[in-house]
Design a protein around this ligand. Structure first.
Ligand SMILES: [Fe+2]
Ligand SMILES: [Fe+2]
Length: 258
């Protein structure tokens, strides 16, 4: 358990160095308004599912057999049913968990692929655990799930992803690194301003989210097998612009709202 500001600062320093700008104070102020708590939690819930989905997407490229691929899709299904089909299975979801042995994927064909598979399986496990934790918090704060529109953030980044392979995969991994890093930076920024329960939860997320950003970046470097700093710089500038420019609606990854 992370217990002090110093430990939080130590964990977030590499993230702050990686990102092009800190979260603007106006966003933190808006996030702390009680009327924005439902959006903050619901959007966070959706972000956890999207994080798991993008890791599944990456992983499915490396699992060659249909059985493993189907297992990955089945794993997401109850979460997608809740978010996209409005199935009231939240009680079922909060009792779910899976271990690596539940996902006996066919072995990778190279050491690099095996490393990628292991990292992605752990990441999916953690993101789905976070999803269930956010659901519990929503129940605690009596926030019902309601559909909300996506912010411009993810699409604003993904529109610069190149279309040919392996460039597409490298760019997607770099985007993943920025999304994870920004989420982590925002959790840390919120800790001093929210109530004890939320502060404890956001603090508990920092360790895994800080590792996720590094995993994505290492994977991008491994796939490229070459220097990726020019692509990282492009996405850093784009991400900072999205975070600093004014937005129409408050979201977990929005800019300051007008
Ligand atoms: Fe997460
Ligand atoms: Fe994450």
């Amino acid at each position: 358990m992370i217990s002090s500001r110093t430990e939080i600062d130590t964990l977030t320093q590499p993230i702050q160095r990686f990102l092009g700008c800190p979260t603007p104070p106006q966003w933190i102020e808006a996030a702390c308004r009680s009327e924005n708590l439902p959006v903050l939690l619901v959007d966070h819930l959706i972000c956890e599912l999207k994080a798991a989905q993008s890791a599944v997407y990456i992983l499915r490229r490396y699992v060659t057999d249909t059985e493993s691929s189907n297992k990955l899709l089945e794993l997401l299904k109850p979460y997608e049913d809740f978010i996209y089909r409005k199935l009231d299975n939240s009680e079922f979801l909060t009792t779910q968990s899976f271990s690596k042995s539940d996902l006996l994927l066919a072995p990778a064909t190279s050491e690099q692929q095996q490393i990628m598979m292991d990292k992605m399986v752990l990441l999916i496990k953690e993101e789905l655990h976070h999803f269930r934790q956010v659901l519990e918090l929503m129940a605690h704060y009596q926030v019902p799930y309601e559909n909300i529109s996506a912010s411009r953030y993810a699409n604003g980044l993904l529109k610069y992803v190149r279309t040919s392979e392996p460039a597409k995969q490298i760019d997607k991994l770099i985007c993943g690194a920025f999304i994870e890093a920004r989420s982590c930076e925002r959790f840390a920024a919120l800790v001093p301003h929210v109530d004890t329960r939320l502060a404890k939860f956001y603090t508990s997320l920092l360790r895994s989210e800080a590792r996720h950003f590094e995993d994505y970046l290492l994977l991008a470097e491994a796939v490229a097998g070459a220097d990726i700093s020019a692509r990282v710089a492009l996405f850093r500038a784009t991400e900072a612009e999205l975070i600093q420019s004014t937005d129409h609606e408050f979201r977990f990854h929005s800019g300051p709202v007008t």
